[in-house]
Design a binder for this molecule. Structure first.
Ligand SMILES: [Zn+2]
Length: 304
């Protein structure tokens, strides 16, 4: 498909749109705080931003926070958005008279990696975000894994602790995300360093700053976070047998070595399958946006 396509990244806080070409060259990119003021405000905001991008385009790709109902092309009980369903695909198709394709944000991430990042020569790869939450997208044998509603590979909710010590945002206990995500690392720090006043009321950012300054207790906790991340990644590899896992999300992007080094150290301990390459995504904060745009050009990867 020649010409231009639009990519849309609906995050928990921000909405980003871009227009660009098949080779991943972004012409224009816009970003605003996501407006969740009314049921229609999200689609109205996307429509306004797309119109102000300018240029003719042939398709729209969307990577969104979940949950999704892909058969209906809807956001369904999305986190951070106080409305039950948002029929985004139909509304954007009607507005712009071009095809629109919706996947979850981490699925868009792995598509971005496949077409514009480190996955160009890979048929089996995963993208994992370690951000406010933890999520994953998987391409297996060249196809995007979607699941019955489009919510496959919600790996943040894999149980990693049988004792269920920490509560997850989903309401469950002992989930990967409840130990290692940006929102929950302070809880894990408190759990380990109860008696340590310096660490008991710390933010995730302050915690990693302490680790960067070689604080001994903080470094020990970084190691434990890395071990749990390695358990999560080894579960992904046991399930999907990928050759590459790229990692993004603000926690990983801001603390590359503190996240990646312990993962690489502990992966052999928990892996049965051949260990995949583990790399930080080179697409940074734009990985979902790139992926949404790539989806518009390569929708047969997910839908045909
Ligand atoms: Zn959970």
């Amino acid at each position: 498909m020649a010409g231009l396509a639009v990519g849309v990244d609906i995050g928990g806080t921000n909405l980003r749109v871009c227009i660009g070409d098949e080779r991943g060259k972004i012409k224009t990119k816009l970003s605003e705080k996501l407006d969740v003021g009314s049921k229609n405000s999200v689609v109205e905001q996307i429509t306004r931003l797309i119109k102000s991008l300018g240029g003719d385009f042939s398709a729209i790709g969307i990577g969104s926070i979940g949950l999704l109902d892909l058969k209906k092309g809807e956001l369904s009980n999305p986190v951070h958005i106080p409305f039950k369903s948002i029929p985004i695909v139909r509304q954007l198709k009607d507005e712009f008279d071009v095809p629109a394709y919706l996947v979850n944000d981490c699925d868009a991430g792995v598509i971005g990696e496949k077409f514009f990042g480190l996955g160009k020569n890979e048929e089996n790869l995963a993208y994992v975000t370690i951000s406010t939450g933890i999520g994953c997208g998987v391409i297996l044998n060249g196809r995007l894994l979607l699941g019955k509603d489009g919510n496959a590979t919600e790996v943040g909710h894999i149980t990693v602790d049988l004792e269920r010590k920490l509560k997850c945002g989903c309401g469950g206990y002992g989930h990967w995300e409840s130990y290692c995500s940006g929102r929950n690392i302070p809880n894990f720090v408190r759990l380990i360093a109860k008696s340590n006043a310096r660490l008991s009321s710390i933010t995730t950012e302050q915690f990693f700053d302490k680790a960067k300054s070689k604080d001994k207790v903080a470094m020990e906790i970084v190691d434990k976070i890395g071990e749990i991340n390695a358990i999560g990644l080894s579960n992904i590899n046991a399930a999907y047998d990928v050759s590459l896992i790229t990692i993004g999300g603000s926690v990983a992007l801001k603390n590359k070595n503190l996240i990646l080094d312990p993962i690489r150290k502990y992966l052999p301990k928990y892996s049965v399958n051949r260990i995949p390459k583990i790399e930080l995504t080179p697409l940074g904060d734009d990985v979902v946006l790139y992926g949404a745009m790539a989806l518009a050009f390569n929708h047969e990867l997910a839908f045909d």
